[in-house]
Design a protein around this ligand. Structure first.
Ligand SMILES: Nc1ncnc2c1ncn2[C@@H]1O[C@H](COP(=O)(O)OP(=O)(O)OP(=O)(O)O)[C@@H](O)[C@H]1O
Length: 219
């Protein structure tokens, strides 16, 4: 569903920070993206989310060559990609329910049409009791789960998560991992960027390992 061919990335006139990336994210697959700090995980995630174009090579996303996409094409493709950012990006003046419902609201859906789906998803991530809480009153793990629910509400084909266990203790990290595995079982491809070897060692998933600008795949 996503294919990188000989992709390179440089910022401005600098050196390439990523070179010769050749890999595929398959439908319904599960993988970790890892590598030392500064190796380019966030940059690679930004290319996967179409927030950054490669400076060399090509990316094909859901059957389309990214280089040929116009601005108008982006929203419909992005809607099929859920993203959980490192810093959550929840809106402070909105409750959990409102934050999770936001992607549907901005698409013009009426609250009556999505209310139950939003409630069900918030319960599924274990935040039923925090439905009407504001981010300022929530713990890191709760905010993390609200951000995950928001990324999932539009039923994306692929979920990208940047250090989703960076702000939580080990039991919560295990709980989040179970959530991602469960999501994957229901058909969503999952890419988790992480430094956390404890997390990766819990399951034998594919690893995309970045280092010195190159990608090595451990199947
Ligand atoms: N907007 C930018 N302009 C110039 N250089 C950048 C920009 N964003 C990132 N870089 C550089 O690209 C390299 C990779 O950064 P990136 O944030 O992708 O790494 P990372 O693996 O996600 O790091 P970390 O694990 O510390 O978050 C770094 O050398 C960084 O300084």
């Amino acid at each position: 569903m996503i294919r990188f061919d000989q992709v390179g990335l440089r910022y401005d006139a600098g050196e390439e920070i990523l070179s010769d990336l050749d890999f595929e994210i398959r439908k319904q697959s599960f993988q970790f993206l890892t590598g030392p700090s500064g190796a380019g995980k966030t940059s690679l995630l930004r290319m996967l989310f179409l927030a950054l174009k490669p400076t060399r090579g090509s990316i094909s996303m859901l059957g389309r060559d990214v280089a040929t996409l116009s601005r108008r094409d982006l929203p419909s493709i992005r809607r099929r990609i859920g993203v959980v950012f490192q810093d959550f990006r929840l809106l402070d003046h909105m409750t959990t329910f409102e934050n999770v419902a936001l992607p549907l609201r901005v698409r013009g859906r009426s609250e009556a049409s999505y209310r139950q789906d939003v409630v069900d998803l918030i319960e599924w991530v274990g935040l039923g009791a925090r439905m009407n809480a504001y981010p300022a009153t929530m713990s890191g793990g709760e905010k993390q789960r609200a951000a995950i629910a928001r990324a999932l509400i539009d039923q994306p084909d692929i979920l990208l998560a940047d250090e989703p266990t960076g702000n939580v203790d080990p039991p919560m990290a295990r709980r989040l991992l179970r959530l991602f595995l469960e999501l994957n079982r229901t058909g969503t491809a999952v890419v988790i960027a992480t430094h956390d070897f404890g997390l990766m060692d819990q399951i034998g998933a594919r690893r995309l390992v970045l280092g010195e600008g190159r990608l090595v795949i451990q199947d």
